[in-house]
Design a protein around this ligand. Sequence first.
Ligand SMILES: [Fe+2]
Length: 354
Amino acid sequence: MQATRFARRGTRAFAQFAFALTTVTGLGSVALAQGEVNIYSYRQPQLIDPLLKAFTEKTGIKTNIVYAADGLNERLAAEGQNSPADLLFTVDAGRLSEAKDAGLTQPVDDALLKNAIPAQFRDPDNHWFGITMRSRIVYASKDRVKQDTITYEELADPKWKGKICIRSGQHVYNTSLIATIIAHKGEAFAEQWLKGVKANLAQKPAGGDREQARDIHSGKCDIALGNTYYMALMATNEKNPEQKEWGNAIKPLFPNANDRGSHINISGMALAKYAPHKANALKLMEFLASDDAQKIYATANNEYPVNPKVEPSAIVRSWGPLKADPLPLENIAKYRKRASELVDKVNFDAGPST
Ligand SMILES: [Fe+2]
């Protein structure tokens, strides 16, 4: 059986990956009769499980996921025509473009997808499609930061000396943001800007986005860069209630709200070049762009739906309006490597003292 074979291959060939099979609830042989779809995912299974369950309930199509934090593009390339993967799920437009450029994906000409997903959030050649959107914003101390507007450019202003916290400059969230600075302002500007931000750092870049909020809470810094959905993850974190305090210490500032808008990125999907279950994969892609699935995603993950007909969750709406930078996302892919080189060149991750 195909499902078993995929699972076995998964265990043998992907021993280093966490492997998860979504359960088929109450469908039994009906589900199997409808077939299945195989997903390689850089997104954690718990983020997409509710959606895949809803898809299986609706269509009877079973979903199998191989999850990994790294290396799925390389795996797809190595498997070539023998790859069992139908779909690739990932965060960051840059990663989606890399898959396309490496010849790992195929175009999907689908009216339903084009209607549901605005052009800004999909590949011009239809190789990848955004599912959710997030913005990289400024977390500002409620107590110590009086201003209610900010720009990315301003983060290099010496008035913030010793006050900025940030995760590694090499993290994909930061290289993507820097890529947009290069796209808008040019490389020379971006380099100077990075040097300015580095000089303003309170400490060596480390941790994830939430740790920067933690350090604002404890007074180590006044502002940080972070993705929007982490604010919801902190505010609603029953497992680690101290994170509620971190979240409570900050207010969101949407950078460049009065000019080009705030940097956004997507999570998205692409159809694998040799997808063995192409028809089922297309059904899943259409489902994920649908109003129903977009609503589930918006509520479960507190990301912004890419489908403009679907409202963000109540908690996301409470942060105020998002004006998204309209820069086409393929620019992120175009300049991300250069951004990463600039991070090294200015020795960003060494922190403020060097
Ligand atoms: Fe994240």
